[in-house]
Ligand binder design. Sequence first.
Ligand code: MN
Length: 173
Amino acid sequence: MKLITATVMTFFLLALVSANANQAAASELGAPPAASGKDSQSIKIIKMGSQPSSRGPATNFTGTVHSEPLFQEIAPSRLSANLVTFEPGARTAWHAHATGQTLIVTDGTGWVQQWGGKIAEIRKGDIVRIPPGQKHWHGATANTSMTHISLVERIDGKSADWMEKVSEEQYRK
Ligand code: MN
């Protein structure tokens, strides 16, 4: 009886070791690792301050803009979020999002405008829904900063179609 138990245990341990070895080999080869499937099914906590903030690039933004990643998409979801701060006078270029965008204003006062529409003021607590494919810009007012959470879907690695800058004439309320 003891021998049978020992044999079964040995087989079980061997199977475990072999499964782990296969998993390690798969991730080394860059195959969609079994481990990642496992990870995506576990709750994940992204620690405050663990993700570096970056400057909004001059090609797509006017003035000083800081963007802090909040979370990246996890398939099948395409939703990603960033916390973006615009210093007074700073704004995005004109752009559109294939599946639209939601902005949650978390601080300050800013402006948003849809192509062909008027500039609207947005304040802390406001939520802005930008429809799919609509050309628009968002940013701070000329004299106050504005921070918003941007919720957007990334498709083929892209979250926006960027267009021309918002001129000084356009940036006037
Ligand atoms: Mn936008």
